[in-house]
Design a protein around this ligand. Structure first.
Ligand code: FAD
Ligand code: UDP
Length: 401
């Protein structure tokens, strides 16, 4: 137990990183754990709740759980049952070639195809016969691969494959990426567009992981169960930075030395008062709309890959399976540069060599505090999915226990 407090471990943030660590340290490490959370709820960006129409919504953007990591899936399954759900996404864009779009796909001058772009998307784009032929050509060009990234495809010298690459770049990637990042696919981290490859198959699922689903009653109850342990104390509406002091290799909580592990899952730059300058992020604005109809769209998420000032529309009932006739809630996502203004939330690290170098300065500063651990999407300045964070939390607590 830390010399002057009642706790053995301190955790800042009650998202995946914080909650998994708290449970493991309490349950498997026998530690008394204090979790400080700035928001008025747990679950971090995975938080979900009922809106005023009674629809279960995700307040910080659509979250679909998917993983190949059996340990993570088993661990979380202790705190929730799952609804089987395979996320599927379509692109919605202006129709620029009326001749080749199958008639049943024509509505209001728009066309639709599966995203990630796959062999069926190719037929929607180029017509049935030509699409089929080009599909075989792609399979011949990449015989040992099930997918190819758009940046890789654009390197292919074959003129017909280059034409496919141009089509996909123009109709899927360049405008969406400009909306999301304010930069082209070439200017952002290649790993980001690689998340949504071109599929060399007809698999129209957004993710191909072995385990996919949604917590049966939602994410928030899963987190509440995870944090419900006699040796875990959670204080919400508490900004840890008002109570923590880091100086000369020593961490103080409420003015007293805290010598147990401190797991910090907030922004690394904020922890050190932005002393090397702010780390760049993208933020999002969410536009909610509740409509008097059963459903608004055919898929959980529809990406507006070419036009519109938002990137995508998510309709939560598709994700959650909630049955509620005559009413539905949709959400549009508008991406902006994060300025640090009041109420703004940093959602995405802007990963590039300059920003990574700036982050490395904060990481080095954190290294001066042997009991301090930076963990999570913000604290590590990385583009992690939920399962990756849970895996990192399990690995860190393996070391600490
Ligand atoms: P967070 O969830 O951000 O939790 C950090 C917590 O720390 C927050 O609650 C914050 O309030 C708190 N905190 C910060 N500073 C302080 C402080 N000073 N004092 C007290 N508390 C503090 N992943 C998927 O796997 N599938 C998806 O479909 C998916 N969709 C996404 C959609 C969007 C729009 C976004 C932005 C992300 C999505 N993700 C998805 C990623 C997922 O949100 C993250 O992997 C996950 O939330 C990371 O957990 P975390 O604990 O690192 O961070
Ligand atoms: N992307 C795109 N068009 C799409 C879908 C994705 O250009 O229709 C690019 C875009 O740059 C995006 C990245 O691929 O930021 C990753 O997409 P993903 O859906 O994984 O983003 P997230 O759900 O994390 O916001």
């Amino acid at each position: 137990m830390s010399a002057l407090t009642n706790y053995d471990a301190l955790i800042v943030g009650a998202g995946y990183a914080g909650a998994v660590c708290a449970r493991r340290l309490a349950e498997d490490g026998g530690k008394k754990v204090l979790v400080l959370e700035r928001r008025d709820h747990v679950a971090g960006n995975a938080y979900d709740c009922l809106d005023s129409a009674g629809i279960l919504i995700h307040q910080y953007g659509p979250h679909i759980f998917h993983t190949n990591d059996r340990r993570v899936f088993d661990y979380l399954s202790r705190f929730t049952k799952w609804r089987r759900y395979q996320h599927k996404v379509i692109a919605n864009l202006p129709r620029d070639n009326p001749d080749v779009v199958p008639p049943h796909k024509k509505t209001d001058g728009r066309c639709f195809f599966p995203v990630p772009f796959n062999l069926d998307s190719l037929k929607n784009a180029f017509g049935m016969e030509e699409g089929e032929r080009l599909g075989w050509k792609l399979l011949d060009a990449y015989p040992a691969q099930s997918q190819v990234t758009i940046l890789e495809l654009r390197q292919n010298p074959d003129p017909e494959i280059a034409a496919i690459a141009d089509y996909v770049y123009e109709h899927v990637f360049v405008h969406y990426t400009m909306k999301q990042w304010g930069q082209t696919p070439e200017e952002i981290d290649p790993a980001t567009t690689a998340r949504v490859p071109v599929r060399l198959s007809k698999d129209d699922r957004y993710f191909q992981d072995a385990y996919q689903g949604m917590p049966l009653e939602g994410y928030t109850p899963m987190f509440e169960r995870m944090l419900n342990h006699p040796d875990i104390t959670v204080e919400t509406r508490t900004d840890a930075l008002r109570r923590l002091e880091l100086a000369d290799g020593v961490i103080r909580l409420d003015g007293e030395i805290f010598d147990g592990p401190v797991i910090y899952t907030g922004q690394a730059d904020e922890l050190f008062s932005f002393r090397f300058g702010p780390l760049p992020y993208r933020t999002l604005e969410f536009g909610y709309e509740t409509l008097p109809q059963d459903y608004f769209q055919t898929h959980g998420t529809v990406n507006y890959t070419v036009d519109g000032d938002f990137t995508r529309i998510t309709e939560f009932k598709h994700l959650t399976g909630q049955v509620k006739p005559g009413v539905t809630t949709i959400m549009r996502e508008y991406s902006r540069a994060y300025t640090g203004g009041p109420g703004e939330i940093p959602y995405y690290a802007v990963i590039n060599p300059d920003n990574n170098a700036l982050y490395a300065k904060y990481k080095a500063e954190a290294g001066k505090y042997p009991s301090l651990h930076l963990l999570g999407r913000l604290a590590e300045y990385k583009y992690y999915n939920m399962d990756a964070i849970a895996a990192r939390a399990l690995a860190l607590t393996d070391e600490l226990i």
